[in-house]
Design a protein around this ligand. Structure first.
Ligand SMILES: Cc1ncc(COP(=O)(O)O)c(C=O)c1O
Length: 213
């Protein structure tokens, strides 16, 4: 409420305000130096779209403008704006909307995956990514726990191995922490319990449960 008394509403587009700067600083502290930049968006789908654009821009600026494709897990839900639908793993939400903007490909994921059998999935996932031309793959997007498409916790060792695979092939790893962030898996963010640092994380929900005048 104090914050609302100071400033009722200020869009962050091309501007900043002290509360946003302070919050970004605090969040970076909690991230223990793993990240150095926060980009505010107005919700989860926009966070995903921004992560896709940042991945493409990264490759463009580092001499690989052809790296535009993005891989996503089947059953995964990452938002319903047109760009986010590019990586929609739930077919019924993606139908009847015509061409989808971004190049993307699906990585099969199953409700059967668990701590004991994940290595079988690792092989299959790597084969699917290698079947694309990896020189054109910008990023893969993984939610540490798939939620809206049915609850599928992705075993952390699998994500760790995929991070190594991505490093080898100059592919960015985007962890969609929109449902796992802010303590919902125990750690503040799920990646913190995995022993890896993804290239980008997307968050929303608790972050912007704000008052709107
Ligand atoms: C994992 C995940 N990513 C992205 C989104 C999209 O977030 P929003 O509804 O804020 O656009 C959701 C929404 O539930 C989600 O569960």
């Amino acid at each position: 409420m104090n914050q609302a008394r100071e400033i009722a509403c200020l869009p962050l587009f091309s501007r900043a305000h002290q509360a946003a700067v302070d919050y970004a600083d605090r969040l970076l502290d909690y991230l223990n130096g793993d990240f150095s930049k926060i980009f505010y968006t107005s919700g989860g789908a926009e966070a995903i779209e921004t992560a896709l654009k940042i991945s493409r821009a990264y490759h463009c600026l580092t001499g690989n403008p052809q790296k535009t494709q993005v891989g996503h897990l089947s059953n995964s839900y990452n938002g319903v704006s047109l760009g986010a639908l590019s990586i929609m793993g739930i077919p019924s939400i993606r139908k009847n909307v015509g061409p989808i903007p971004a190049d993307s490909f699906e990585i099969p994921m199953s409700y059967e995956i668990n701590q004991d059998n994940w290595t079988e999935y690792l092989d299959k996932i790597e084969q699917v990514i290698l079947a694309q031309n990896v020189d054109n793959v910008a990023a893969i997007v993984i939610g540490p726990v798939i939620a809206a498409g049915g609850i599928i916790p992705i075993p952390p060792p699998l994500i760790r191995e995929l991070k190594n695979f991505c490093l080898t092939h100059n592919i960015l790893l985007i962890l969609d922490e929109i449902v796992t962030g802010y303590g919902r898996t125990g750690d503040l963010f799920a990646y913190q319990g995995m022993g890896i640092v993804p290239d980008l994380i997307t968050v929303a929900k608790a972050l912007h449960q704000a008052m709107l005048p």
